[in-house]
Design a protein around this ligand. Structure first.
Ligand SMILES: *Cc1c(COP(=O)(O)O)cnc(C)c1O
Length: 411
């Protein structure tokens, strides 16, 4: 396997050392093949928001397994999850299930173009929308982690339609619209960035994008693969009160099984085959096991206390980490919203990927290794957000902050 892994960031290249090989997960914890236990702040990159291997999800999966692993035909489970997603996410009037976030973003881009009859799109530097060709321009996640240039193998003719702007920079977006009048299909973004580290939107940024896209007859797409059901039950669009035209989902809605989804306005989604002419399909799409895990996960989350609990423990962690960094003499900044957080080894403030890149990544690597030795598993990259879950307790957070105190004192 290239790099010994099935997905690049897992290889620990940016933090040094060897990746850990894991054996099992439960609640807030993860165990490696040598039997070491860690408090996990990766949560399989987001899906484990109820805690790993939640007994309710596992029991439902056992029951679903008995009925078979795939139908390749409609099941009621799809209707149940579709209704839950449509009820929860403000922009969703119709939804299509796929198998990954990458697939959802790829399809939504085709749909933006199909609906508007325009080819160009705007994305933001450091935002990650999966690994499809059109998005591998100044991308986040593994591309940022490994400091890779835009990937070879992607034809210029494909990315020539992908325009980029710095996150939180409305003027840059305005300029792109002015230079490409009536040519831009839409704007896609992570409404809260997680794939260049944790970067929240500045006040007015999302509103500004909503106005600009309206003004230019372009679509606004929130890629909520990470933020959906994490920032709030209805995602960042609920939290910030800005309704995009289309949204992509993934991660949490699969409850730890492979799922993605895209959806939004009925008039736009009606273009998707077989309702309309835009082709998109999938052998395993709507898979009964994945739908089951998604349904149970959303049921567990749909509770008045979920997001206040996540906010409380995550705030304690995020604020604590920055305080400890400052007390021990390190330049640092960070933040959190609900169960998503970040820490950069730079003074900040961090408004975009350029700012994030000022971080001391070598120091982050040492911090990461030190935390591992103290039984704390953080994402192996300065440019990835961290995640908490309903299974993380106050005492897990305290243990994590104690470890951070020890590690940062000797960085
Ligand atoms: C993870 C992620 C993706 C890609 O999803 P995969 O399931 O890994 O293909 C796309 N967009 C965002 C914002 C993500 O965080």
């Amino acid at each position: 396997m290239p790099g010994g892994v099935s997905s690049p960031v897992r290889a620990f290249k940016s933090v040094g050392g060897q990746p850990i090989v894991f054996d099992r997960v439960q609640g807030a914890y993860i165990w490696d093949v040598d039997g070491n236990q860690y408090i996990d702040y990766v949560g399989t990159w987001g899906p484990a928001i109820c805690g790993h291997a939640h007994p309710v999800v596992i029991a439902a999966l056992h029951a679903a397994l008995e009925k078979g692993t795939s139908f390749g035909a409609p099941s009621v489970l799809e209707n149940i999850l579709a209704e839950m997603v449509i009820d929860a996410v403000p922009c969703m009037e119709m939804v299509r299930f796929v198998n990954s976030g990458t697939e959802a973003c790829m399809a939504v881009l085709r749909l933006m173009r199909a609906f508007t009859g325009r080819d160009k799109i705007i994305k933001f530097e450091g935002c990650y929308h999966g690994h499809a060709d059109m998005f591998l321009v100044k991308a986040g996640s593994g591309v940022a982690t490994l400091g890779l240039p835009d990937s070879p193998g992607v034809p210029k003719s494909v990315t020539s339609h992908t325009l980029t702007a710095p996150f939180n920079d409305l003027e840059a977006v305005k300029a792109l619209f002015a230079e490409n009048r009536d040519e831009i299909a839409g704007v896609i973004l992570e409404p809260v960035v997680g794939n260049a580290g944790f970067i929240p939107p500045d006040a007015g940024f999302l509103e500004g994008l909503r106005e600009l896209t309206h003004e230019h007859g372009a679509l606004l797409v929130f890629d909520e693969v990470m933020t959906g059901f994490r920032i709030a039950y209805g995602g960042a669009q609920e939290k910030f009160g800005i309704t995009p035209d289309l949204t992509t989902l993934g991660k949490i809605i699969g409850g730890g099984l492979p799922v993605g989804a895209y959806g939004g306005r009925r008039d736009i989604m009606s273009m998707v085959a077989p309702a309309g002419p835009m082709y998109q399909a999938g052998t395993l799409s709507g898979n009964p096991l994945a739908m089951t895990a998604g349904i149970k996960t959303l049921e567990l989350l749909h509770n008045a206390d979920t997001y206040s609990y996540l906010d409380k423990i995550t705030k304690k962690l995020a604020v604590g980490l920055v305080e400890i960094a400052h007390q021990t003499g390190h330049a640092a900044c960070g933040g959190h919203i609900s169960g998503m957080f970040g820490l950069f080894f730079t003074d900040g403030p961090v408004h975009n990927y350029e700012d994030a890149k000022k971080s001391d990544t070598a120091k982050f690597g040492r911090f990461h290794r030190g935390m591992l030795e103290h039984g704390i598993y953080l994402a192996p990259s300065q440019f990835e957000a961290g995640f908490t879950s309903l299974a993380h307790t106050d005492s897990d957070i305290e243990q994590t902050l104690q470890a951070a105190q020890d590690v940062m004192s000797s960085l």
